[in-house]
Ligand binder design. Structure first.
Ligand code: KIV
Ligand code: ZN
Length: 521
C-alpha cells in the first residue's frame, strides 16, 4: 500500500478544460453567434468536459452576454470567464460567471522578458505586485480562481517560480503555464512542470494546467508531456480550433489517454462517443472545415484505401485499426429516407444523429428536407447533417437570397441577376462577371452596397456522386473583422451565394464595443 499523501499531481485523473468558445473563437473567421455558442456549450457539457471557458467577458458586450448565457445553461461543468490582470476585467468576468452552478475566474498576465519589455512595459517587480493584487481580487469574488503565466515557456524558471508562488499565496486554485507561442518541445515542457511543482511552496495543493499552441505541431505532445511532469488539467479545443496553428485538439488528447493507457496511465471523464458529433457542431458553428486527414475526426481518419489495408481490415479490423469508429461516435453512414418519409421518421432520424430541434427549426428543416428529396434521389446521413447545420447557422439572418438566375457561356458573358431580402425589403441587382461565381458575388455586393473582401472560397461535395450536395465555404473581411459562412445545396452556385450571405450576415452581428486591446493568446 502506498504511504504517499494524495496530491493533485499523484492522482491519475486529468481534468479537461475546453477553450473552444474563447481561444478557439479567437481564430480569424471563427466567430460564433450566441445560439451557436450555446449549442457548442451543451455538446461540451454532455460529453463530460470538466471546465468550459465560455469567453472573455470584457472583450465586448456580446462576449459578456455569451458567457452569462453559457453560465446559466451549463448543468455539470465549471464555467470560466477570462480576464486580464486588470481590476475592471476581473470584476466583469466575476459578474458573468456568477450565474454558473460552479463558476471560475481565469486571470492571466505575461511573465516572459520579451512580453514585459515590449508589450507590458513593466518590470518584474511590478508584475509580481500585479499578480498579488489581481489574484486576491478574483479570489474575493469567487473561490475558484485560475491564474495563467502568459508565455510561461519563454520565462526564466526562477522568475516563473516566484510568480507562481505569489499566485498561490493570493488564492489561485489552478495554475496554468501556457505555451502561448507554441515554442516548447515535449522534454523541456515536462521538465518545466516538474521543476515548478517541486520548487514552489504550496504547489501540491493546487492543480497545474497545460495550455499549448500548435505552431510547431507539438501542442498535443506537449500537453501530454506536461501531464507526465505533474499537470492534471489540459486546456484544449475541439478540432484544435484556435489562433494561428490552433490549440491542442481535445479529441486527440482524449483518445491518446483512452487508447494508450499502457504508456499514459491517466484518464479523463470524457465520453469519447460524443467526439465526432462535437467536432461537427463546432465545425458548423465556427464555419471552419475539418481537414480530411485530421486525427480522430477527419473524414479520412478511419478510411482505408490501399488494397493491403483493406485486405487486412476484412480479415480482422485490428490489423490496421487502433480505435474503432464507434468509440468516437462514428456510425456507418446510411441511406436515410426519400420523399415519402414522414415527419415522425424524420424526427427519429434527427434524434439518432443527435439533433433535438425546437418546433420552428424542425418545421423549417422538414420543409427543406422535402425540397431536397424532390431534387436528390438518395439522401444520406451526411446530407441531413449538412441541411440541419445550415438551418441552425442561418437562424436570424438579416439578408437572404430570394431569387437568382445565372447565365454562363464559354467565351461569352457570365451574368447573375438576383433578388435579396434585406431586413424584409426586396432588393434586386445584376452583374456581368469574369465567371459565374464572380458574377454572383459582385451582384450580391451591388445589392448590399458593401464591398467585403473575399479571403477564402472553397467548395466540397457533402457525399459522393454527381447529385451530391455542394458545401460552400466563404470567408470575408470587412473593417478588420474576419468571418466565415457556410451553406449546402444541390446546386453549387446557389450554395456559393448562400455561403457568401451567411458570412455577410455574421459581419452584421453587432458584438458590442470591444475593450481596447482586449486580446489573449
Ligand atoms: O495562450 C495563452 O497564453 C492564453 C492565455 C490567455 C491563457 O490563451
Ligand atoms: Zn492560448
Amino acid at each position: 500500500m502506498s504511504t504517499e499523501t494524495s496530491t493533485p499531481a499523484n492522482t491519475d485523473r486529468v481534468f479537461i478544460f475546453d477553450t473552444t468558445l474563447r481561444d478557439g473563437e479567437q481564430s480569424p473567421g471563427a466567430t460564433m453567434t450566441l445560439e451557436e455558442k450555446l449549442q457548442v456549450a451543451e455538446a461540451l457539457d454532455e460529453m463530460g468536459v470538466d471546465i468550459i471557458e465560455a469567453g472573455f467577458p470584457i472583450a465586448s458586450n456580446g462576449d459578456f452576454e455569451a458567457v452569462t448565457a453559457v453560465a446559466k445553461q451549463v448543468k455539470n461543468a465549471v464555467v470560466a470567464g477570462l480576464a486580464r490582470a486588470i481590476p475592471a476585467d476581473i470584476a466583469r468576468a466575476g459578474e458573468a460567471v456568477r450565474h454558473a452552478r460552479r463558476g471560475r475566474i481565469h486571470t492571466f498576465v505575461s511573465t516572459s522578458p520579451i512580453h514585459l519589455a515590449h508589450q507590458m512595459k513593466k518590470t518584474e517587480e511590478q508584475v509580481l505586485e500585479i499578480i498579488s493584487t489581481t489574484v486576491a481580487q478574483a479570489r474575493n469574488l469567487i473561490d475558484n480562481v485560475e491564474w495563467s503565466a502568459m508565455d510561461a515557456t519563454r520565462t526564466p524558471l526562477d522568475f516563473l517560480c516566484r510568480c507562481v508562488e505569489l499566485a498561490i499565496r493570493g488564492g489561485a486554485t489552478t495554475i496554468n503555464l501556457p505555451d502561448t507561442v507554441g515554442y516548447a518541445v515535449p522534454e523541456e515542457h515536462e521538465l518545466m512542470f516538474r521543476s515548478v511543482i517541486e520548487r514552489v511552496p504550496g504547489a501540491d495543493a493546487v492543480i497545474f494546467s497545460a495550455h499549448c499552441h500548435n505552431d510547431l505541431g507539438l501542442a498535443v505532445a506537449n500537453s501530454l508531456a506536461a501531464v507526465r511532469g505533474g499537470a492534471r488539467q489540459i486546456e484544449c479545443t475541439i478540432n484544435g480550433l484556435g489562433e494561428r496553428a490552433g490549440n491542442a485538439a481535445l479529441e486527440e488528447i482524449v483518445m491518446v489517454l483512452k487508447t494508450r493507457g499502457d504508456a499514459m496511465p491517466y484518464h479523463s471523464s470524457i465520453d469519447s462517443t460524443h467526439l465526432s458529433r462535437a467536432s461537427r457542431i463546432v465545425s458548423a458553428a465556427a464555419n471552419f472545415p475539418v481537414q480530411y486527414n485530421k486525427a480522430i475526426v477527419g473524414k479520412n481518419a478511419f478510411a482505408h484505401e490501399s488494397g493491403i489495408h483493406q485486405d487486412g481490415m476484412l480479415k480482422n479490423a485490428q490489423t490496421y485499426e487502433i480505435m474503432t469508429p464507434a468509440s468516437v461516435g462514428i456510425k456507418k453512414t446510411t441511406l436515410v429516407m426519400g420523399k415519402h418519409s414522414g415527419r415522425a421518421a424524420f424526427k427519429d432520424k434527427l434524434l439518432e444523429l443527435g439533433y433535438d430541434l425546437g418546433d420552428n427549426a424542425f418545421q423549417e428543416a422538414f420543409v427543406r428536407f422535402k425540397d431536397l428529396a424532390d431534387r436528390k434521389k438518395h439522401i444520406y446521413d451526411a446530407d441531413l447533417i449538412a441541411l440541419v447545420d445550415d438551418e441552425v447557422g442561418s437562424v436570424g439572418d438579416r439578408v437572404r437570397l430570394v431569387e437568382m438566375e445565372v447565365v454562363s457561356k464559354i467565351g461569352g458573358t457570365h451574368r447573375c441577376d438576383l433578388t435579396l431580402s434585406i431586413d424584409g425589403q426586396n432588393v434586386t441587382a445584376g452583374y456581368d462577371g469574369t465567371g459565374s461565381v464572380d458574377a454572383i458575388f459582385n451582384a450580391i455586393k451591388t445589392a448590399i452596397g458593401q464591398q467585403p473582401h473575399l479571403v477564402l472560397y472553397a467548395v466540397d461535395g457533402v457525399t459522393g456522386g454527381t447529385d451530391a450536395q455542394a458545401s460552400a465555404n466563404v470567408r470575408l473581411e470587412m473593417n478588420g473583422r474576419i468571418v466565415s459562412g457556410n451553406a449546402a445545396e444541390p446546386d453549387t452556385l446557389v450554395a456559393s451565394a448562400r455561403a457568401y450571405l451567411n458570412a455577410y450576415n455574421r459581419l452584421l452581428i453587432d458584438r458590442g464595443a470591444a475593450a481596447q486591446g482586449a486580446m489573449a493568446g
